[in-house]
Design a protein around this ligand. Structure first.
Ligand SMILES: Cc1cc2nc3c(=O)[nH]c(=O)nc-3n(C[C@H](O)[C@H](O)[C@H](O)COP(=O)(O)OP(=O)(O)OC[C@H]3O[C@@H](n4cnc5c(N)ncnc54)[C@H](O)[C@@H]3O)c2cc1C
Length: 492
């Protein structure tokens, strides 16, 4: 008889797990509490502007390609542009740094503007690439909790380079050792935030993230980031996945230590296996209140959150690129305030993403759709309305001065997202964006595995479990979880 699987949540982890299961001929049902798929990757169109609500930076499209391949579909239908420049940085002293998608030009730009030794920049980028190529196939694409999946030549090769990973240094210690200008270190420290961490605490190994953006370069899907959700939902539907929107899972039903089914807001359903894309802590707390909870794993420090302003701007800014960072001069203080004091820093760095630079339909002619993100702590009941008011003023003042225009008068439309929205809309614990933070060198090992050690038939995907936060890792989590499931139930 055909096996049956239930996926709880249609975030990227859930969608990709459903595609994988259905492609194996398993009857797959996805239950989603929202009326739309995609979780944090959704979009809103209003007054002629379209805004990506969650992620803006796409790297590792090969993980998406793999989903097309296993379904026997042509990935070229997923149209995307490789951006000419990865990022534009604005420093307080007036220096601007534009990192083109060309390694020689990156080296030239950093050495000219920040006075670094070109050889040293090249060594750094080579090292990031080398570390990524050694580590990713093991730590990102395999379960860390099933040793037999890890054992092999790749592990030996990676272990032989152990000193190179600087296991006892933080990202900032390594970046400050490599570069003489504090600003260069700040550019490379920034990658800590790609999994919601503090670069002065996160292990130096995470510096390899820069490889994906600087050496390989980010992509932008032709219809904006929402294309990820739309395309993967289409792929899932063509594989026969059944979607149940507006249907929240309220309980996981067990029998003899094994998953038997779920109870939702609308009824009861039997199943052979369950893959939860709901935050792992909340899965235990809300859906399995009587089961034994892996307490230590679930109590790990959470990643950062964000305040996001969506501004429809009635003018265009040629001095800005698709991805821009207007840096704060005090980045260590900013990260300390977020992670240690759980407050938003008074003078934060400001990220500006403008998809309409490439996706022309995202804003009326001559206008731009600004997505402004400032890093924030998780929601522990701070006065967010007050924080938003203060930070909005700060951002307007700072950008008006920097770009010599009255930003306030150019904002035609505004919507705001804060940690409360992220928590409530996506059922993300405390509004953290990337699950657990990686603020110590053992974080990777403290993430919950992609399966339950106590409950047979229960698996986990998404940012709150191994390998962690961000699009590539959420996609990888579904590969690891389904491979564990196939191994456990001998599905070939
Ligand atoms: C503002 C912001 C900016 C970001 N920027 C980037 C970026 O630039 N690059 C990047 O790679 N990543 C970024 N991320 C992170 C990225 O969005 C996630 O890593 C990615 O979307 C994977 O999410 P996920 O699979 O964990 O699922 P989620 O998106 O968290 O989805 C989980 C889904 O499960 C549903 N659900 C939960 N509980 C239940 C239940 N009981 N019953 C039914 N349904 C349930 C929720 O409604 C939701 O749809 C950003 C996120 C945010 C919010």
């Amino acid at each position: 008889m055909k096996k049956k699987a239930i996926v709880i949540g249609s975030g990227l982890g859930g969608l990709s797990a459903a595609i994988r299961l259905a492609s194996k001929g398993i009857e797959t049902h996805v239950f989603e509490s929202n009326p739309f798929p995609g979780g944090k990757i959704n979009s809103r169109s209003i007054e002629g502007y379209r805004f990506d609500q969650g992620p803006s930076i796409l790297t590792c499209p090969e993980y998406i390609e793999e989903l097309y391949t296993i379904c026997g579909e042509d990935f070229s239908s997923f149209e995307m542009a490789k951006l000419e420049s990865s990022f534009k940085y604005f420093f307080d002293d007036g220096v601007e740094l534009l990192l083109k998608h060309d390694r020689e030009k990156v080296i030239e730009e950093i050495s000219t503007k920040l006075h670094e030794d070109p050889k040293q920049i090249e060594n750094y980028l080579n090292k990031a690439e080398d570390n990524y190529n050694l580590i990713a196939p093991l730590f990102i694409e395999k379960s860390l909790h099933r040793w037999r999946q890890l054992l092999g030549k790749k592990l030996i090769k990676a272990l032989l380079k152990l000193p190179q990973y600087k296991l006892f240094s933080t990202m900032d210690q390594e970046n400050s050792r490599f570069f003489k200008n504090k600003r260069t270190a700040q550019v490379f420290n920034r990658f800590a935030i790609y999994n919601g961490s503090h670069p002065y605490m996160a292990p130096a190994m995470l510096n390899m993230i820069s490889h994906l953006e600087i050496n390989v370069g980010p992509y932008l899907p032709k219809r904006g980031m929402i294309q990820l959700t739309e395309s993967l939902t289409g792929l899932a539907e063509r594989q026969g996945v059944n979607f149940h929107f507006n249907e929240k899972v309220e309980e996981i039903i067990l029998e003899g230590g094994q998953t038997k089914g779920v109870r939702t807001s609308k009824g009861k359903y039997n199943t052979d296996f369950i893959i939860s894309n709901m935050d792992v802590s909340l899965t235990y707390e809300k859906l399995l209140p009587n089961a034994k909870h892996p307490k230590k794993t679930l109590e790990q420090e959470r990643s950062s959150s964000a305040i996001v302003f969506h501004w429809g701007m009635k003018e265009s800014f040629p001095e800005l690129d698709v991805h821009n960072m207007v840096f704060s001069d005090k980045d260590e203080e900013e990260f300390d305030t977020i992670f240690k004091e759980k407050k938003v820093f008074d003078e934060p760095s400001i990220y500006i993403y403008i998809s309409s630079k490439i996706v022309k339909d995202d804003a009326p002619e001559g206008c731009e759709n600004w997505f402004i993100l400032i890093n924030a702590p998780i929601n522990i009941g701070q006065d967010w309305d007050k924080e938003i008011e203060l930070k909005r003023e700060f951002v307007i003042e700072k950008l008006s001065k920097r770009f010599n225009r009255d930003i306030r008068s150019i904002i035609q439309f505004e919507e705001i997202l804060d940690p409360r929205t992220i928590e409530n809309k996506h059922n993300g614990k405390f509004g953290s964006i990337y699950g657990n933070a990686s603020n110590n060198r053992f974080s990777a090992f403290y993430r919950h595995p992609n399966y339950s050690k106590q409950i047979k038939g229960l698996y986990f995907v998404g940012v709150s479990v191994h390998p962690g936060g961000g699009i590539p890792l959420a996609l990888s989590s579904s590969k690891i979880a389904t491979e564990c499931l196939y191994e456990d139930f001998k599905i070939h």
